[in-house]
Ligand binder design. Structure first.
Ligand code: NDP
Length: 240
C-alpha cells in the first residue's frame, strides 16, 4: 500500500538510500536536508523525489515544514528520523558548543520530527516511526560522548514511543548501523578509518542500501508486531 513517508537528512548518505528504497516500495517520499542545496538538487534530478529544507534542531521550522509536506504530498504515515551530525572531541576537550550542537540535532531533532506527526498517526490508527541510531549509542565510543548520548537516547525514545503508540497501530523502532561508507565516515582520516575497518569482523564498511533495507522492512505491514526494537546492522562488530 502506497503511503507518505518523510525522511530527514534524506538527500545524502544513508538517508538518500532510505528515500530511494521507500520510493521503490511504492511510497510517496519527501526528503529533507539542512543546507546543501546542490546535493539536494542533484538528488531530486536523479530520483524525482521532492526535497524540503529545514533545520531539524528547530521545532517551529520542523512543524511548519511537516505541515507543508502534508499539504503537498499527504498525511505522513512513515517517518524516518535520520538527520544527524558528529562533532567529535575527547571529553576533556569537548566544548559546550560541540555538546549542544549534537544534542540539538540528533536528539531534540528526533522529538521535533516525530512530535508534529504523532497526533495524526494516532487519529489514523497507523504509523511507522523509525529512528536511525548507531552502534556507538549501544557501545559508546572514544571522543563521542555527545554523539553516543544522543544515539543511546534514540533507543530510549523508541522504547517509550512503542508503549504509547502500540494500541493506536503505531510502531517505533531504531536501526543501529555500524560504520557505513558515507561522507560522514569518509571524512574520518584514512588511518583512523583503516583501524575502524580492522575492528569489523566483516572486514568492510557497510553500504547505505544495507541500512535502507532494514528501514523498508520496519516500515512495511509485515513488521506490524515489531515495536520498541532495535535492529543492529554492523557486520558483527558488536552484539546487542
Ligand atoms: P551524512 O552526513 O552523509 O548526511 C546527513 C544528512 O542529514 C544530510 O542530508 C544533511 O543535510 C542532513 N542534516 C544534517 N544536519 C541537519 C539538520 N540540522 N537539519 C536537517 N537536516 C540535517 O550522514 P550519514 O548518512 O552518514 O548519517 C545518517 C544518519 O545515520 C545519522 O543520524 C548518523 O548519525 C547515522 N549513522 C551513520 C553511520 C555511518 O557510518 N555513516 C553509522 C551509524 C549511524 P545537508 O545535505 O543539507 O547537509
Amino acid at each position: 500500500m502506497a503511503r507518505t513517508a518523510l525522511v530527514t537528512g534524506g538527500t545524502r548518505g544513508i538517508g538518500a538510500a532510505i528515500s530511494k528504497a521507500l520510493k521503490a516500495e511504492g511510497h510517496n517520499v519527501a526528503a529533507t536536508y539542512a543546507g546543501n542545496d546542490e546535493a539536494a538538487a542533484a538528488f531530486t534530478a536523479e530520483t524525482g523525489i521532492k526535497t524540503y529544507k529545514w533545520n531539524v534542531a528547530d521545532y517551529d521550522e520542523s512543524a511548519a515544514g511537516i505541515a507543508r509536506v502534508e499539504a503537498e504530498i499527504g498525511p505522513i504515515d512513515i517517518v524516518v528520523a535520520n538527520a544527524g551530525i558528529t562533532r567529535d572531541a575527547p571529553f576533556h576537550k569537548m566544548t559546550p558548543d560541540q555538546w549542544h550542537q549534537v544534542i540539538d540535532t540528533n536528539l531534540t531533532g528526533v522529538f521535533n520530527t516525530v512530535h508534529p506527526v504523532w497526533s495524526g498517526m494516532r487519529e489514523r490508527k497507523f504509523g511507522r516511526v523509525i529512528v536511525i541510531s548507531s552502534v556507538n549509542g549501544q557501545k559508546g565510543q572514544f571522543a563521542q560522548v555527545n554523539y553516543a548520548a544522543t544515539k543511546a537516547g534514540d533507543i530510549g525514545i523508541v522504547r517509550s514511543l512503542a508503549q504509547e503508540g502500540a494500541r493506536a497501530g503505531i510502531t517505533a523502532n531504531a536501526v543501529c548501523p555500524g560504520y557505513i561508507a558515507t561522507e560522514m565516515v569518509m571524512a574520518v582520516p584514512e588511518k583512523v578509518r583503516e583501524s575502524i575497518i580492522a575492528q569489523i569482523p566483516a572486514g568492510r564498511l557497510g553500504e547505505p542500501e544495507e541500512i535502507a533495507r532494514c528501514v523498508t522492512f520496519l516500515a512495511s505491514e509485515d513488521a506490524s508486531f515489531i515495536n520498541g526494537s532495535t535492529i543492529s546492522a554492523n557486520g558483527a562488530q558488536f552484539f546487542s
